[in-house]
Design a protein around this ligand. Structure first.
Ligand SMILES: O=C(O)[C@H](O)COP(=O)(O)O
Length: 248
């Protein structure tokens, strides 16, 4: 029931520089802005007209949604935002160079931190310049829910209440729903939708700026496992690029 469109934000400035980002509120690069517009054009060309938008509270996802909606001439759509759609909190790795981290700690540890399901990176200190503790945007987040690091399992746990309580009701009403979020919050959602096991999810990467469309059954399971990218060829190359981040 309903159509779900997932859109990872366009390339951010830190994506371009190869830095771990997580909850740091980094803006889109010029390439990322272009990717976001193209995402909107792809929606328009495919005649996909979202009725409502959900974003994280991070500007790279918010601006991606805005630019895509502008390109699709859908500026007026209602939007809701939640920290539950944020990128995975990358702990003490936030702000660190991916390639340098890989070199310093080795391939195995790097991949455990980046893609293992249940091992989070070391926590970030509250006085670290890249910590989000005390940020006004999280003022309503109960202290015990404020992450200092997260693994993907933690993201699944904090994202699913938003899926069930906020997104599913929109889909149940027959709406086409656009979710503009992040590599790892969308991996968490795809894991849930496609029933991917904890080991296999390590190999799944989401490209920036290319809408991924799921037509859903009445029980909100996908009609087609994996959904469909609106530009499958571009998605293939972009997925490979995400996979290879951190390699020199
Ligand atoms: O937070 C980040 O650094 C990226 O947006 C996602 O990074 P990853 O693909 O290395 O998990």
């Amino acid at each position: 029931m309903g159509t779900l469109v997932l859109l990872r934000h366009g390339e951010s400035v830190w994506n371009a520089e190869g830095l771990f980002t997580g909850w740091v509120d980094v803006d889109l690069s010029a390439t990322g802005e272009e990717e976001a517009r193209r995402g909107g054009k792809l929606l328009h060309e495919a005649d996909l007209r979202p009725d409502i938008v959900h974003t994280s509270v991070l500007k790279r996802a918010i601006r991606t949604a805005n630019l895509a909606l502008e390109a699709a001439d859908l500026h007026w759509l209602p939007v809701r935002r939640s920290w539950r759609l944020n990128e995975r909190h990358y702990g003490a790795l936030q702000g660190k160079d991916k390639a340098q981290t890989r070199e310093e700690y080795g391939d195995e540890q790097f991949m455990v931190w980046r893609r293992s399901y249940d091992t989070p990176p070391p926590p970030i200190a509250d006085n670290d310049p890249y910590s989000q503790v005390g940020e006004r945007r999280y003022a309503e987040l109960p202290t015990e829910l404020m992450p200092r690091t997260e693994c993907l399992a933690d993201v699944v746990d904090r994202m699913l209440p938003y899926w069930y309580d906020q997104i599913v009701p929109d889909l149940a009403a027959g709406r086409t729903v656009l979710v503009a979020a992040h590599g790892n919050s969308l991996r968490a959602l795809v894991k849930h939708l496609d029933g991917i096991d904890d080991a296999t999810i390590a190999g799944l990467n989401i490209p920036t700026g290319i809408p991924l469309v799921y037509e859903l059954n009445d029980d909100f399971t996908p009609r087609k496992t994996g959904g469909e990218y609106l530009d499958p060829e571009a998605a293939k190359d972009a997925i490979e690029a995400v996979k290879n981040q951190g390699k020199k």
